[in-house]
Design a protein around this ligand. Sequence first.
Ligand code: GLA
Length: 416
Amino acid sequence: MKQGKPISSNRLAQEFNKRFGHPPEFSVSAPGRVNLIGEHTDYNEGFVFPVAIDKYLHIAGSKRSDREVHLHALDMNEACVFSLEAIEDTKTPLWGNYLRGVAYLLQEQVLRKIDHTLNGMSAVITGNVPISAGLSSSAALEVASALAFLGACGLEIANTAINSNSEIELIELPPMELAALCQRAENEFAGVNCGIMDQSISLLGKADHALFLDCRSLEYKQVPLNLSDILIVICNTNVKRELASSEYNKRRAECEKGVEILQRWLPSITSLRDVTLENFKKYEAELPQITQKRCRYVVEENARVQNAVSALVAKDIDTFGALMNASHEGLRDAYEVSCDELNVLTEIAQSIDGVIGARMTGAGFGGCTVNLVYSNAVEEFQNRVMKEYTQLTSIEPHIYICDVGDGARINWSSHS
Ligand code: GLA
């Protein structure tokens, strides 16, 4: 869960063995994500375009014969034990609540319908998705724990296993249904009113593809990136996202207020997704100033995502980059979820030759930027960002060149 080298599956199994006295039956890995474009659009039923990154949350686990869940978070050196008989929202430790929420909802929404009951589980948890950096470490934890709890029942969802095992039962559970369950766990058990983007990409990521997701219909396309000589580079401001959850909920409320007012003139709309740029211009003067700015950003960002996907498919990467830059401007000036450090990082990046586009990514107020950079400019990019960002902010950034990987997978141990 903190930045570092990915743990090998052998070491993870050893750590499990050390604590529980036998090898694990399975290990699960779920990736973090970086969103290329389409920020704060998911909860407005709009479009997003994220990729799964090669940073993961890992869980090694086994079923137990009782109905208890015994967890060890290796990176935090913390343990958590709870009973499946009465899952309570205790918030101690906080990370344990994500697993409690997922277990509770899996039992209620999935297993009950197929006459299964959750088994107890022993598990160790580790990972290298940076926490509070806008790269969705919590969605990775939710998704990994969902696959792990199912694994402890001997269940697996189509396309999530690395190896097959004849004793495992395959269940019909559409990935977007599981993503929605994990989102609900975060909304109700962690108290964060997030949208559905992060959980979806952690499940549905595909190597060298981005996920074009319609957050209303939940239809999606995995779009080939074809980046060849272009790299996706993530820069971490190393500023924790302090304000993120209170301001996040405020933005949601402002968007809802905008919809309510616009409905007087556009009675058929149910979210900002339904408002075209043309209609928005007609009625924007009716909105209070702040609401107007927030709504304009969302309406424009939805259009940008669709244009960006078309540009990528047409191999027009410069247009894609220009749309990323415009997205940042909107997030900074109209949606006001950026911060000085994110703006400094973005400005440095945009001034470097060979940078196609740069923007903040995720909820904002700290966390990371995402940059598309020609590979022959990456060295200069790293040197300049390191030097100039540190000079201007007195904070050392982290820079990751990211590989776009697959979504969450379960790996059954050969002895199980
Ligand atoms: C967070 C939320 C997502 C999404 C982004 C902003 O990552 O979890 O649902 O709203 O912020 O795009």
